[in-house]
Design a protein around this ligand. Structure first.
Ligand code: GTP
Ligand code: MG
Length: 463
């Protein structure tokens, strides 16, 4: 990203409001590093040598780089464009459209103003560049607003109340958010930790809370000896809290329990919560936990057949009346569920999506698999939900600190890209795009959900 504008246009201010200090490479700052201060023009040549090396090194690693110079030198500007191209990165110019009079006025007010005729030259040059920038081949030429743009960034804090009072908790972008909890760093008091996380999710405006259903903690989330509670028991505890959260699993493997037993548990949960239960169902995938608990783990073809059969069995048991249905001699399941319990099928394989299309209320796929699901479900009214695993910080510094903490041996830029690392404001842009692509519900799973404070950190997403 290359800033362009005369002295006093507000380039450094614009960058500081949006980027981490380390992402901004400033010729003034580097003059201060190798010279007597930011205004030591004798140090310009050394400062620019350094600037070029820093820009090249950062682009080589695929890192966001904001070049804060006047940006008026055609040769330098187009060389940065070429470097970005060579690194396979998008290249953007930010043209500060601050009125010349305002630049002059700010310049006069500074401790060390630039001579008036110098700034006049800069203003003239910026004006001529403005007319040809669009021809240079940038991915985007962003023009700030008339004030210099420092105030235009999106609000990052929720406005007003965070708890939805309507039955359906949707964000202003039309999405429902369900907090998926898969790690349980609950210390000495599991029940209190669970209650505090659920109450925080309710306050933040989440539509629901989903638990992983695994017998051993999965390697994607934690170590095998870290706790992972039985979800239907745990949901019973959460059902006793005063919240409006929908409660369920994402997802229960059909291999763990006969479908009637899952139907019974879900019907009971639905009755206890006045109609807030849902069931995520999948074919199961992790052989180790089955072996460890003495459960059969048949081939995929069979597990998928079991998935289909499980849904019809559960629906039969939940349907009104006692009769012979779904291959059962009778469907006697009391208490009755308080509402029609949604079944969400997890997975994006062809057959899974066909089963979902025929029997489910919704599917759940990774964000990256959205197009597959859309194609498979076109024309049906099965809702699309995504499992989203982002890195979300309070601001850019906090986001990168979290990337550093979570990335393990993965390269920082690769981890940031794979987990869509960004601030709440940046995530909202992404969620807006998901909503536009037909997503109904986002199951949000963050790798650093340590307790209720982290739920509050996510609150701006749920507004
Ligand atoms: P050079 O580094 O000299 O090229 O200037 P620059 O384009 O980096 O401008 P800088 O960001 O240093 O802003 C110049 C002055 O304008 C500073 O005193 C800022 O505080 C002020 N300023 C910048 N943007 C805004 C804005 O949006 N509103 C107001 N009121 N002042 C601003
Ligand atoms: Mg500056």
């Amino acid at each position: 990203m290359v800033l362009v504008g005369p002295s006093g246009a507000g380039k450094s201010t614009w960058a500081a409001a949006r980027y981490r200090a380390d992402e901004v490479v400033s010729s003034d700052a580097l003059r201060g590093v190798v010279g007597s201060g930011p205004h030591d023009l004798d140090a310009s040549s050394d400062a620019f040598d350094l600037l070029e090396r820093i820009v090249a090194a950062r682009l080589g690693r695929g890192l966001t780089t904001v070049v804060d110079t006047l940006g008026l030198d055609d040769a330098r500007r187009t060389a940065w464009l070429a470097l970005a191209r060579a690194a396979g990165l998008p290249a953007v110019v930010v043209l500060l459209t601050t009125p010349p009079e305002l630049c002059r006025e700010r310049n006069r007010g500074r401790d060390r103003p630039v001579p008036a005729q110098v700034i006049t030259g800069q203003i003239r040059k910026a004006g001529s560049i403005a007319t040809t920038l669009d021809l240079e081949g940038w991915d985007e030429v962003h023009r700030t607003d008339e004030t210099g743009g420092a105030a235009e960034s999106a609000p990052e804090r929720p406005l007003g109340s965070t708890t939805s009072t309507t039955a359906e908790r949707r964000t202003s972008q039309g999405l429902r958010f369900v907090l998926q909890v898969g790690r349980f760093p609950w210390g000495e008091d599991p029940a209190t930790w669970l209650a505090e996380v659920a109450l925080a999710a309710d306050r933040a405006g989440f539509a629901g809370l989903a638990l992983l259903d695994h017998l051993i903690q999965i390697p994607q989330v934690g170590r095998a000896w870290e706790p992972i509670p039985e979800p239907w028991v745990t949901l019973g505890l959460l059902a006793g809290l005063d919240t409006g959260l929908e409660l369920g699993t994402l997802v229960t493997p059909v291999t763990f329990r006969p479908p009637g037993i899952t139907a019974k548990a879900a019907a009971t949960l639905d009755a206890l919560t006045g109609g807030r239960a849902f069931v995520g169902l999948g074919a199961g995938w992790w052989e180790r936990e089955h072996a460890a608990y003495g459960l059969p783990f048949p081939p995929a073809r069979e597990r998928l057949a079991d998935l289909e059969h499980a849904i019809t069995t559960m629906r039969a048991l939940w349907a009104p009346g006692t009769k012979s249905a779904g291959g059962l001699p009778e469907t006697t399941c009391y208490p009755r569920p308080a509402h029609e319990i949604p079944v969400i099928v997890g997975g994006s394989g062809d057959r899974t999506l066909r089963i979902a299309r025929a029997h489910a209320d919704a599917v759940n796929v990774r964000t990256s698999e959205l197009e597959r699901a859309r194609a498979a479900l076109e024309g049906s009214d099965v809702r699309i939900t995504v499992l989203d695993l982002p890195t979300i910080g309070r601001d850019r510094d906090d986001t990168w600190a979290r990337v550093e903490r979570l990335r393990g041996s993965t390269k920082a830029t690769a981890y940031a890209e794979r987990t869509y690392a960004g601030t709440p404001a940046e995530q909202r842009v992404r969620y807006g795009a998901l909503a536009d692509r037909g997503v109904d519900t986002v199951f949000l799973a963050v790798g650093d959900l340590d307790g209720p404070d982290d739920v509050e950190r996510l609150a701006p997403l749920v507004v």
